[in-house]
Write a protein that binds this ligand. Structure first.
Ligand code: ADP
Ligand code: MG
Length: 325
């Protein structure tokens, strides 16, 4: 069986999942219907074996992650996920591998009601390129550049967990770590959860939003550049994982939370007059949503504070994983 036959067998299932798919896989293009008064949101990410994932990674979790990191971009835009295409390069026609990859990929697509509508299959070194398409009502997309000094800074989840998971897999953690903490952090690394429901709920509330793929501090830097603001981050308000805190030190846990990549949490800003609504939203959500600081008019970028005082913390201090990117 060729690579294409395998893809055909495991990926091309139900052709009629979404009513807005006029024509799915099988022709030269897919034909898709957009809802009225909305904009198409499109994003692509490539994962290359040996660069973005270990060559021997479990194919089910790779299928999940390849799609999850893309859906996370839709979430960060406040878009509703709709369609996906998949370009995959395979070194060989490995049936169990393709089957498990497809299961991980399609389970997540189904969860978000997305339909695979096309792609490309080639032979070569293993790599996966996913393009997602979603839609967002005109004027309601969550961009990076609309925030102002005085807006509050929020983050979902507990950033740093994925990087801790990566450090565990790389054998860089020498202290005692419980099986539970280890399994949790590795699963945050390998099977991140795109924060779609929070992203769409933030339409009309957040003044900017980004998903954290390269570390909180670096991704916040993109917002600061786009809005010409500075920021105070209060380390005592960072949602640190208590197990990581116990296994490392306060400084190291903060470094991980601020510089660790691969979290796929949302980082967003909220103007003062919308803060109450966001705090209310946060109290109803099962995922933690925490206010960690505020945008300032300072030109000095990011200032870290502890108990209202500037706190010296070396953000290059924990970078075992920086070569991975
Ligand atoms: P073409 O020569 O027009 O590029 P292909 O033989 O590459 O056609 O693909 C045939 C059909 O299968 C197209 O509709 C294409 O979108 C779809 N397809 C190919 N590979 C994949 C894949 N990995 N995932 C999803 N759809 C795919
Ligand atoms: Mg083709």
């Amino acid at each position: 069986m060729s690579e294409f036959d395998l893809i055909y067998r495991y990926f091309f299932k139900d052709a009629n999942q979404r009513k807005d798919v006029e024509l799915g896989i099988g022709d030269d293009c897919a034909l898709l219907t957009m809802p009225p008064q909305s904009l198409l949101a499109v994003s692509t990410d490539t994962l290359v074996s040996g660069v973005h994932f270990f060559p021997d990674v479990d194919p089910f979790t790779l299928g999940h992650k390849a799609l999850a990191v893309n859906i996370s971009d839709l979430a960060a835009m406040g878009a509703d996920p709709a369609w996906v295409s998949l370009a995959i390069t395979l070194p060989e026609a490995n049936e169990p591998w393709v089957k498990a990859f497809a299961e991980g990929f399609l389970a997540l697509a189904d969860y978000y009601g997305m339909q695979l509508v096309g792609g490309d299959t080639t032979k070569g070194p293993l790599s996966v390129t996913v393009t997602v398409h979603g839609h967002v009502p005109i004027g309601q997309a969550l961009t990076r550049g609309q925030a102002k000094a005085g807006d509050w800074i929020y983050v979902t989840g507990a950033p740093g967990e994925a990087a801790f998971g990566l450090n565990l897999l790389q054998g860089a953690i020498t202290c005692e770590v419980s099986d539970e903490l280890s399994a949790h952090c590795i699963s945050r690394l390998q099977q991140p959860t795109p924060r779609v429901a929070i992203g769409t709920a933030l339409r009309g509330l957040a003044s900017s939003c980004i998903d954290i793929s390269d570390g909180l501090a670096q991704d916040l830097g993109h917002i600061l550049n786009a809005c010409q603001c500075g920021a105070d981050i209060h380390l005592d308000q960072l949602p640190l994982n208590s197990g990581i805190l116990e296994a490392t030190s306060f400084d190291q846990a903060c470094q991980l939370a601020l510089t660790g990549g691969d979290d796929y949490e949302l980082l967003f800003t909220v103007p003062q007059e919308k803060k109450g609504l966001v705090d209310q939203l946060a109290s109803h959500h099962s995922v933690a949503i925490n206010c960690i600081g505020r945008l300032t008019s300072a030109k000095s970028g990011l200032t870290l504070k502890l108990n209202e005082q500037a706190y010296p913390l070396d953000l290059a201090g924990w970078d075992h994983f920086s070569d991975e990117k």
